[in-house]
Design a protein around this ligand. Sequence first.
Ligand SMILES: Cc1ncc(COP(=O)(O)O)c(C=O)c1O
Length: 376
Amino acid sequence: MNSKIWLSSPHMGGKEQDFIKEAFDTNWVAPLGPNVAGFENDLESFLGENVQIAVLSSGTAALHLALIQLGVNAGDEVICQSFTFSASANPIVYLGAIPIFIDSEPETWNMCPVALEEAIKDRISKGKTPKAIIPVHLYGMPAKMDEILSVAGKYNIPVLEDSAESLGSTYKGKACGTFGKFAALSFNGNKIITTSGGGALVCKTKAEKDKTVFLATQARDNAPHYQHSEIGYNYRLSNISAGIGRGQMIVLSSHIKSRQKMHDFYVDYFKNIKGVEVFNEPNSDFSSNHWLSCILIDQSVVGKNREDLRLALEKENIESRPLWKPMHLQPIFEKYPYYGGNVCEKLFENGLCLPSGSNLSEQDKNRILEVFDRFF
Ligand SMILES: Cc1ncc(COP(=O)(O)O)c(C=O)c1O
């Protein structure tokens, strides 16, 4: 059997272990230390825009701490893109708040600004102004931030960007993760860079960063003994994981180029295949890191569907995956309100994520092409 081709696997640059060794040599084997501060500095320089970053144990933790700082309490409503991974919505429920799900628009597959405004108006008419809006830059594709920020501003609702999949993507030249009041990044094992597990909260002020670190380290008051006036969390990134992050920052730009090249590889192949559409930037305002390359298959043209292709790839030990199943269709979330049409439902029905790693070899690509040639 050929070795497995993964959808998106960790890709080390080579310097990661040097940072880890230094942590061991200096005994900074703790959830603080020079790698934590160093990784935060690297991320702040990469994103620009004078952001302040707190690195955390996961992207989910980042979303959770952002919602707390936005004042979300039990019974509050929080608007969230339906077409996403469940981690975008779970922290809303951790707080006892109510997710309000919004459909996507067909160009970026992200939050539809029209459905967003419709939802806000309706929720206000029912007596509650949503406490936050969570758009997602899915698969690295920037959401329509001008439109979303304009609606959010009109009703004075803060935006929390879920930028877990979009490190290195830009909208109108500005980095994804710098548009909202807060943004969450993820360094999970499948992301464009990984710390094996980890995340970060992008803040706008030093006070917000300090508050994030305070909450992430058990909310200790300033006292010689342990004293607590708030509920805390154990969410800080370790100095070992942050060492991996520092090594990964050295290769981030080349990883982005490789992912974009994988996308070009699929664009090139499918330009001659009728009934298959590769997910692309709508225009030059959008630059995706192409974390995952995705296609839509029109069964009425191809005669086979995305599951047929997934199984054909799987037979050759090649991983692919249906697009995210929308949250409003998930058993755990289906009881919550949903606004919009069937855009994301159709994407889920017809879409497939293809192997997209920055470490795929020419031989891997040839194996993928062989399956495609037989299939189409
Ligand atoms: C869109 C989205 N949001 C949130 C997360 C959560 O990040 P993490 O796995 O680091 O908790 C992920 C990735 O896992 C994601 O893809």
